[in-house]
Design a binder for this molecule. Structure first.
Ligand code: FES
Length: 74
């Protein structure tokens, strides 16, 4: 028997990207993407929604383990 506790985060998932809109949504046609495109999932990239590698520093500082979503065309 396992009990899960709901953990309230100390900071929001998204600290600063497009905070003036109620919901951040990015949409792409698959034809617009390069052969390999990495999308940010840590919300710290200066090139959001694309990954710029900022997750590495974020993971060290937060003890988290997030990384990008990588889309590859065959
Ligand atoms: Fe956010 Fe890479 S910079 S996942």
């Amino acid at each position: 028997y396992v009990t899960y506790r709901f953990i309230v985060p100390k900071s929001p998932c998204n600290p600063k990207i497009k905070k003036d809109v109620p919901k951040v949504v990015d949409s792409f046609d698959i034809e617009e993407l390069a052969d390999r495109t990495s999308f940010c999932r840590c919300w710290r990239s200066k090139k959001f929604p694309y990954c710029d590698g900022a997750h590495s520093d974020y993971n060290v500082k937060s003890s988290d383990n997030v990384g990008p979503l990588v889309i590859k065309k065959k």
